[in-house]
Ligand binder design. Structure first.
Ligand code: G3P
Ligand code: CA
Length: 228
């Protein structure tokens, strides 16, 4: 059986505050093969690592991410030690120690993310295997593929597996990222037979992790890397 890739959801969300530099460092310490994170665009065009459209849940401020500048976003704190990171800051921290699964939360991030990956590949000696770009917004993924045929894509789905498989083939995606509750043994085989990897999310309970292993998935996105 092939090794299962361990992918830390929002870093090491089970142990540290999500989408913070310390959470990503903790995931790497926990031997992650990859980290997953979420990106939005700030008003002045910076890629911001945060899950929600607003900063209300995760910081001491209030407001919509794409209506604030980077400077405004940096004036709020996640806790006394942490500010909202930019994608550049996370990549500098990771420094090729694992791959980075960038989840596009909006279509308006697609072009910037492709430009950033191209910059890291061409200027900083990263390679395309250090990145995988995923999204529930399939228009955003289509834009990524239109802009760059080498960027690895992960098709996210929480509804229709068959449609997601067709779309992943159409896009020449590297992986399909299903809600783990949609996944079956048969679907896992069907996807892999098409040369597409299977990375279910967000698998946290020991029994569910075992089930995914029994299906033979290629990687697991989890808050609890040590349970894999
Ligand atoms: O990438 C998988 C997973 O992160 C998608 O859901 O809401 O945690 O971004 P969410
Ligand atoms: Ca995510």
């Amino acid at each position: 059986m092939n090794k299962i890739l361990k992918i830390g959801h929002r870093g090491a969300k089970g142990y540290e505050l999500e989408n913070t530099l310390i959470s990503f460092e903790k995931a790497i310490e926990m031997d992650a093969n990859g980290i997953e994170l979420d990106v939005h665009l700030s008003l002045d065009g910076h890629l911001i690592v945060i899950h929600d459209e607003t900063i209300d849940r995760t910081t001491n401020g209030k407001g919509i991410v794409n209506q604030m500048t980077l400077q405004e976003l940096k004036s709020f704190t996640i806790d006394e030690k942490h500010l909202i990171p930019t994608l550049d800051e996370v990549l500098d921290l990771v420094n090729k120690r694992c791959f980075v699964n960038i989840e596009l939360k909006n279509q308006d991030t697609a072009e910037k993310v492709v430009q950033l990956i191209e910059h890291y590949v061409l200027e900083k000696k990263w390679n395309n295997d250090h990145f995988i770009v995923s999204s529930f917004d399939w228009n955003a993924l289509q834009q990524v593929r239109f802009l760059n045929e080498d960027v690895r894509i992960g098709v996210l789905t929480e509804t229709d597996m068959d449609l997601a498989i067709s779309f992943a083939r159409f896009l020449k995606a590297e992986a399909l990222h299903p809600d783990f509750q949609l996944l079956t043994n048969e679907y896992t085989t069907k996807i892999q037979e098409k040369g597409i990897l299977v990375f279910p999310w967000t698998v946290n309970e020991i029994d569910d992790i075992q089930k995914m292993k029994d299906f033979g998935v290629d990687g697991i996105i989890t808050d609890f890397l040590d349970r894999i």
